[in-house]
Design a binder for this molecule. Structure first.
Ligand code: PEP
Ligand code: MN
Length: 293
């Protein structure tokens, strides 16, 4: 380990990796995140309707995803944009879980919503804009659900781990880190995927690390290649936006894969997972499914 990292991160003692300390494996229903499986979380940016979420859930489950994503409470850059369906969206997510067996990850923006969202969600997502909402992080300490913590748009890895430490100190060690691209001078992509963040975080922390290629790229054509990169550098999984009809999506349509595109991406991933130092399985039966789309 770089001696600098030792000094930089060891103060976050609840999330920092220690000698001979086992990696955290986060158990979500029958899924282990941070273990030997590569766990893919997929679904629309926002829950829009029953047919949209159910159709997406069935399709991503058949393609090998284990967790359904979908925002019911959306942090939008514009006050005029779709803000999400709220509790109605949460109910649709739990219907999709009943029908497909997928676990649910959905965003929580305010400490006032933690209790309600924890009744429906299997994993509580903290968005990039909330990474330093310390009141929210503290409230998640006692929510009884794992937390998917996204890296802030302009956060250093030290600041990212500091937020993870806040959640752990508040009583919840079940944290999944998510690299989703950071803001740099580059404008060709929506954000710059900091691919080095994955091996650095896995070196200095015992927490699982996943990658969100969708918000990093901003365009769907880059999502498969960034996912393959994430697989090669040792990520524990992905968070990917998928929509049955991206052209009509109420949010983030440009970066959402359609259903066949997601299926194709999943079919292509295993050889890249095999390149990892600790080889991972997407899902044993996935490659056997094969076939044309
Ligand atoms: C999302 O996952 O839809 C989202 C809003 O992500 P981020 O917080 O990374 O922008
Ligand atoms: Mn989105």
């Amino acid at each position: 380990m770089n001696p600098k990292w030792n000094g930089q991160f060891s103060c976050f003692d609840l999330v920092a990796k220690k000698e001979d300390y086992p990696r955290s494996v986060i158990q979500v229903r029958d899924i282990e995140i941070g273990g030997s499986d590569f766990v893919v979380m997929a679904g629309p940016c926002a829950v829009e309707s029953e047919s949209q979420i159910l159709q997406t859930a069935e399709s991503v489950a058949a393609a090998g995803a284990r967790v359904l994503r979908g925002g019911a409470y959306k942090p939008r850059s514009s006050p005029y944009a779709f803000q999400g369906l709220g509790v109605e969206g949460l109910k649709l997510l739990s219907k999709a879980r009943e029908e497909t067996g997928l676990a649910i990850v959905t965003e929580v923006m305010s400490e006032d919503d933690v209790e309600l969202i924890a009744e429906y969600a299997d994993i509580m997502q903290v968005g990039t804009r909330s990474m330093e909402n310390f009141a929210l992080l503290e409230a998640l300490g006692t929510c009884g659900r794992p937390v998917l913590l996204k890296r802030g748009l302009t956060a250093t890895l030290e600041e990212f781990l500091r937020s993870a430490q806040v959640i752990a100190m508040a009583g919840n060690p079940q944290i999944i880190l998510c690299e989703r691209g950071i803001r740099t001078f580059e404008t060709a992509t929506r954000n710059t995927l900091d691919i080095a963040a994955v091996p650095v975080l896995k070196t200095v922390s015992h927490l699982p690390v996943i990658v969100d290629p969708s918000h990093a790229a901003g365009v769907r054509s880059l999502v498969p290649v960034l996912s393959r990169a994430a697989a090669v550098v040792g990520a524990d999984g992905l968070l990917v936006e998928v929509h049955p009809c991206p052209e009509q999506a109420l949010s983030d349509g440009n970066q959402s894969l359609n259903l066949p595109e997601f299926r194709r991406m999943m079919l292509d991933l295993q050889p890249y997972l095999d390149l990892q130092h600790e080889s991972r399985e997407l899902r044993p039966q996935l490659l056997a499914v094969g076939g044309a789309d």
